[in-house]
Design a protein around this ligand. Sequence first.
Ligand code: FES
Ligand SMILES: [Fe+2]
Length: 355
Amino acid sequence: MPSWPVNQWYVAAYSEEIGDGLLGRTICGEPLVFYRTGEGEVVALADRCVHRRYPLSLSHLKDDQIVCGYHGFTYDKTGACVAAPAQKRIPRTARVPAWTVREQDSLVWVWIGDQELADEALIPRAPWLDSPNYTVVRGMEPLKARYSLLVDNLMDLSHETYLHGGYIGTPEVAETPITTEVDEDANVVYVSRHMDDAECPPFYSKSTGIDGRITRWQDVEYHAPCLYLLHSRIAPAGVLPPQEGPDDKAFHVEVTYGITPSTEHETLDFWMVSRDFALDDEEVTEFLATNNHTVVMQDVVALDLLEKVVEGEKENYQELSINIDTGALAARRILTKLVAQGEERTAAAKAVTAP
Ligand code: FES
Ligand SMILES: [Fe+2]
């Protein structure tokens, strides 16, 4: 049984990554090839030719069809083989699986599990990613670590003080208690940390121009399994949101992560930083892109290291958890539940379709 939940939507790519060519990406253990048709539709097929298994992502596209780079089997967007060399009759079994994909909020989502169960109403939203009221910087780092380590990392922001000191971490992040709420039905974990009078880390002082102390809010929403939202509010100390009307004395940053399992020991770490200020300021854009990339790489180094430790440890090793881990523990509980539910749904769907 895989460690990730099936019958779920996962972020496979940014919309802009799928253009003229073929993109190969392994999502939840499934090697997939993505491309965009002339009409703009995104297609996802299994990345393995039925003939001798050549990767279709290393082949080429012609008229919305993939021509295998080894012997030329040609596949249409449904995965059906429509041409093979030196013969007219194509075996009916010559087809690769096609996967359900949807684009929303500038992200390409793929449904992993039984394709007939895909329900696009279940895709969580991050509307600022393609809103004209925000400027977004983004990137993707492959991790050599299991996805649950990235979930742990993002649910506990107290690590900012230690791992990201000098960038986004200040003493207050580790010192301020958190509140945690769980919506069991929606599979969402909320973790909040409101700092009333905090040091302004360079990440925010340089981008907002605030000098002096700040009120800094971090409101996390983790939509298990794949989408993580950190609503960050930064304002000069003492400036709270008004009772009514827009909160326009504050700066807002939406930090978004797509946490996508690739294999049991690898994860795709999609990171995005959206801001509602200095929208056209290239210097701020460049600063946030570079700075956040550095922060992400600090996590990548730590998590790749942790994966080796976890892989090497004896079974039944007992971690010690404290208050700061409440959000991460809630996330783990939900993921365990979703893994079991996914397997049940798959089993139920198979029972219905069995002859
Ligand atoms: S492996 Fe693809 S055509 Fe032979
Ligand atoms: Fe981090």
